[in-house]
Design a protein. Structure first.
Length: 287
């Protein structure tokens, strides 16, 4: 079975087939929408169609700079804190007994090559595997969780630590939801695109220097447990995202501490999905 790679090219859903774009709405003669969110709501039927597609010779090479967020308008974006043992250890915090769930507001999502406007001098990086929900639901048992997953994408949980820890107790959501603080992509990849969907390599570098490197087999709470746990409290909907947590190597717990600076190139890679390349820039106030 061929894995499906769905991307967002200039606002239109496209299949990525060997680095070339098949416009979904055009190729399907309108059977399927150009809106990625509508495809996620009809994901199983769409994937059946997508696996039957092949290159015809008139497809264009995908321009990475034209790729938008592969899930542009999810209803909910969940984040998981302290979900790698090495990250909990570097932060000198106890291993959580249940998933630590917070939210990133959907307005923070951006494409895989979007610039990241830095909101202070304490903005941090966090490479993450991101789960994309296909079939929604409540009270999903762990053994059925993967049936509700459309696929995976790569993401960065950019975090302004100055805002996050401005007071006690810390407040996560605002400091993790500024403009372009959630770059994702370059595509949603179905689970059959991975030899083991529970053991995927991921890494992050700044200006070519590797700062994070791990595998998702090191997650404290793996994907099925996260899907099941969240669905006990919130009804999941198609297109919802779960940022599954980050491994060791973030800047805020280094000695000395290290943060992103204007001009830095932040590169994020997840095995089987692809790479994000985000330039950090000075923030210009939006009016």
């Amino acid at each position: 079975m061929t894995a499906v790679r769905m991307t967002n090219l200039a606002g239109r859903a496209a299949l990525d087939l060997e680095g070339r774009a098949i416009d979904v709405a055009d190729r399907s003669n309108g059977r399927f929408s150009s809106d990625p969110m509508l495809l996620l709501a009809d994901w199983e039927r769409f994937c059946e169609w997508a696996r039957a597609q092949s290159l015809r010779g008139d497809e264009t090479v995908i321009d990475p700079d034209a790729i938008g967020p592969c899930v542009p308008a999810p209803r909910s974006v969940f984040g998981i804190g302290l979900n790698y043992k090495d990250h909990a250890a570097e932060a000198n915090l106890d291993i959580p007994k249940s998933p630590m769930v917070f939210t990133k507001f959907p307005s923070c999502l951006a494409g895989p090559h979007a610039d990241i406007p830095l909101t202070s001098d304490r903005v941090d990086w966090e490479v993450e595997l991101v789960v994309v929900i296909g079939r929604g639901g409540s009270d999903i048992p762990e053994e059925r969780a993967f049936d509700h997953v459309a696929g995976y994408t790569a993401g960065q949980d950019i975090s302004d630590r100055r805002q996050q820890f401005a007071d006690k107790p810390p407040q996560f959501s605002l400091g993790k939801s500024a403009r372009a603080f959630g770059p994702i992509g370059p595509a949603i990849v179905t689970l059959d695109g991975f030899s083991d969907p529970s053991d995927i390599a991921l890494n992050c570098s700044i200006d070519g220097e590797m700062v994070q490197q791990s595998r998702t087999s090191e997650l404290i709470f793996p994907v099925p447990q996260l899907v099941s746990f969240i669905s006990r409290w919130c009804e999941l909907a198609s297109g919802d995202l779960i940022f599954t947590g980050t491994p060791a190597g973030v800047g805020s717990v280094r000695d000395p501490r290290r943060y992103l600076a204007p001009g830095n190139l932040l590169e994020t890679e997840v095995e089987g999905i692809g790479r994000l390349r985000n330039r950090c820039i000075s923030r210009t106030p939006q009016h």
